[in-house]
Structures are given as C-alpha cells and as structure tokens.
Ligand binder design. Structure first.
Ligand SMILES: NC(=O)c1ccc[n+]([C@@H]2O[C@H](COP(=O)([O-])OP(=O)(O)OC[C@H]3O[C@@H](n4cnc5c(N)ncnc54)[C@H](O)[C@@H]3O)[C@@H](O)[C@H]2O)c1
Length: 377
C-alpha cells in the first residue's frame, strides 16, 4: 500500500459543488495533484489559492489533456456536462459526473455509449445515496423485509430560491425543468431503493407553471409510473415553494409498501429548527445569485450536499466524494449511481415532461431521439 502512486485529479467547474469536492480532494492522502478549470477565471484562481491546487485554466480541454490527470470531476453547470465528459472519456479517465448526466437525451445516450465502449469507470452524483437513513432502507428492502413492493409514493418540496440560483447563468431553460434538474435526485433514490424489480413501462404526468414561468421553467410535475410487474409509483416534485419557506432547499417524503411490510421515510428536516431575529439568507448561494429574502425560521440540514462547520463540509457530499476517492484509489465497490443509471434517470424525468406536454400516457422505454423530437416539437 505504502508505495502506491498518488492520483492526479482534474475538477472541471469550480462553483458551489466543484469547490466542495476539490476541497475534500486536497485532504485525501491518495491524491497528489489537483488541477482546476472554470470559465469564470476568478472562481478558479480563488479556489486554487484556497486549497493549494497545482494548476488552473479556463480551458477544460487543456486541463483534461494534462499528463498528471488520472480522474476527473465534472461539476460544470447543469447543462454543460457533455463536452468535458466526452473529453475525459477520450483520455480514458475515471469520472464523477454531476447529475443530470446531460440535459439532452441524445447527448446523454452518446455519453453513455462512449463511456461503455471505452470501458472507463464513471459514476454520477446522486449524493443522497450516501446517507445512513437511505442506506439502511436499501438494506432492509434488499433483504426482503417488506416483501415484494406493490406501491410507492415520493413527494419532493423545494424552496424556489434553489431553482432561481440554478437558472441564473443561462437563458436556454426549456429543459431545466423541476424533474430534470432536481426531481432526478428523488427519482434516483426511489428507484434505487425499489431495486432491479422496478422496471417502468409507462408514465402519466401533469405539470403546472404559474409562478416559475417568469424564470422560464415550471412549478411542479406530478406523475404515476407503472412497472412491468404492475407496481405503481407516484413521483411528485414542486420547486416553487415561497422563499420564506423554512426548508431552505429540499424536503422529501417517501413511502414504499410491500406485500409483507412498509417503509415510511420523513426527510423534511423539521427535526432541527432555528428561529431567530437574524435574517437567514439562501443555503444554496452560488456566485452571482442575488436573492432578497427575510427568513427568520430555518429547517437546518435541508441543503442536500451538507453543511459547513469551520470552513469544512459535513454531510452526504463529503461521504459521497470521499467514498469515490476510495473507489478510484483502492478500487473499492461503492453505492454510486452508474452512468447507465444516470442515463435512465434523465430518460424517465424527460418522459414525465413529455407526458405533461402531450397530456398522454407515455410507454417506456423511449428512444432518445424520438423523445427529444417530441419535446422540441
Ligand atoms: N450532487 C448534488 O447534490 C448537487 C447539488 C447541487 C448542484 N449539483 C450539480 O452540480 C453541478 C454544478 O452545480 P453548482 O451548484 O456548483 O453550480 P455553480 O453555478 O455554482 O457552478 C458551476 C460552474 O461551472 C462553470 N462552468 C460552466 N461551463 C463550464 C465549462 N465549459 N468549463 C469550465 N467551467 C464551466 C461555471 O462558470 C460555474 O462556476 C450542476 O450539474 C448541478 O446540477 C449537484
């Protein structure tokens, strides 16, 4: 173990998530070189100084082609994953790609095909899988403790501050929908918990867009999936809750019913509440976001990646990132979402958007090109 070669890591995208993951990398003993890239030069150079990284460039291609690089974290904006991912595949690098795999189903299929044909190890950032509460549920379901699943329901509620931050850097927002951007987390969680038996064969969904249309997106999408074995699953997200809502980012409830039992998960963060005369700002606070809000009550721990204590991140993204370092350095098997699961998640979230658009039940699986043609029509 002692003379094992340390890895070189490239982090593309130095915003909120890239910064958190790069900071963790600088503490991991198996990483010996860190290079950074952000088109926003100031963000990249500040992070380089803060963590003592070795290199920064505004050109991700230059970074990914550096001889020191063994692995790449793609933490660019939600709609900007495809190009750096394909560049990293070309170099044969191991990868952690932020969700969603892409925001265009054709690109997502191309990325998956490239990853699979190159045989590179690539995982996707479905961070909530790394929480103790969900891991224990996964274990109990996998060991048959609720029998065969017959019905499930997922409800995600989000403060509208998060999507306001999400869309701030682009006007091209038609695929930045609640399901594609954020519902993908709870969709992945529920499908992962349900396991391989959950094979969706159709979905019927509806959306509403009363408040968030001014930002070029929708308020909410609610849908019902049917699985090959007849299981029904209701998947629902609304990301238009008022800025004053005490849940700063994400609140989730999941109920899974089986032939021999039930698991009911309350993850709305109402168990640690702060009330204060001092106004609370947004928990998700990327560069360039200006939100005018007076919140005096806060459901603490509702920011999905975790929370900062003395300049360090504690929570699911720490577990997820450090476990990925163990995966790439020690070749350890881990619960990360695969690229194939990332592609599946995008196809299903977009299928919900398509059903909402056409008002029809959609049969699954869909062909990526057909899906995009109908969404763009
Ligand atoms: N896993 C999670 O829990 C979680 C949480 C929040 C966000 N995310 C995802 O993480 C990704 C990043 O989100 P964020 O919150 O850090 O956003 P952010 O806006 O803070 O950071 C994104 C950065 O990418 C940079 N960028 C865009 N295109 C680039 C390019 N071609 N080359 C180099 N840099 C480029 C932007 O300048 C920006 O600084 C998104 O895909 C988002 O959906 C995941």
């Amino acid at each position: 173990m002692g003379d094992k070669k340390k890895l070189g890591l490239a982090v593309v995208g130095c915003g909120v998530v890239g910064r958190m993951r790069a900071q963790l990398a600088s503490d991991f003993p198996g990483i010996g070189w860190i290079g950074l890239s952000d088109t926003n030069e100031a963000l990249g150079t500040t992070l380089k100084e803060d963590i003592g990284a070795d290199f920064h460039t505004t050109d991700f291609k230059e970074l990914i082609a550096r001889p020191e690089v063994d692995a790449v974290i793609i933490a660019t904006s939600t709609w900007a994953h495809t190009e750096p991912t394909l560049a990293a595949v070309d170099e044969g690098h191991m990868m952690m790609i932020e969700k969603p795999l892409a925001t265009d189903a054709r690109e997502s299929a191309e990325v998956l095909a490239a990853i699979e044909s190159a045989g590179v190890d690539a995982v996707v950032g479905y961070t909530q899988r790394f929480r103790r509460r969900f891991l224990v549920v996964k274990e109990r379901i996998q060991t048959g403790q609720i029998g065969d699943i017959t019905a499930a329901v997922t409800r995600a509620f989000m403060n509208r501050m998060a999507p306001t931050g999400e869309v701030r850097l682009t006007q091209d927002r038609c695929f930045l929908t609640p399901m594609v951007v954020s519902g993908t987390h709870s969709l992945d969680m529920c499908l992962w918990l349900m396991g391989d038996a959950a094979k969706p064969v159709s979905v019927y969904a509806r959306s509403t867009e009363k408040v968030m249309s001014e930002l070029g997106t929708k308020d909410a999408t609610f849908g019902v999936f049917t699985m090959a074995d007849g299981t029904i699953w209701s998947m629902n997200i609304c990301w238009a809750l008022p800025k004053e809502w005490p849940g700063a980012v994400y609140g989730l409830e999941i109920g899974i019913v089986g032939t021999k039992g039930v698991i009911d998960i309350e993850d709305t963060h109402r168990d640690v509440i702060l009330a204060t005369e001092m106004p609370q700002g947004p928990a998700y606070n990327p560069d360039g976001l200006k939100i005018d809000v007076e919140r005096n009550v806060d459901f603490l721990t509702s920011f999905p990646p975790g929370d900062i204590h003395r300049g360090e991140l504690w929570g699911p993204m720490r577990e997820e990132t450090n476990t990925w370092f163990q995966r790439i350095y020690n070749k350890k098997d881990t619960p990360h979402a695969t690229a194939a699961e990332g592609h599946r998640n995008l196809m299903l979230t977009m299928a919900m958007d398509l059903s909402a658009k056409t008002g029809k039940e959609i049969e699954l699986p869909l062909d990526p090109a057909d899906l995009m043609r109908e969404l763009e029509a």
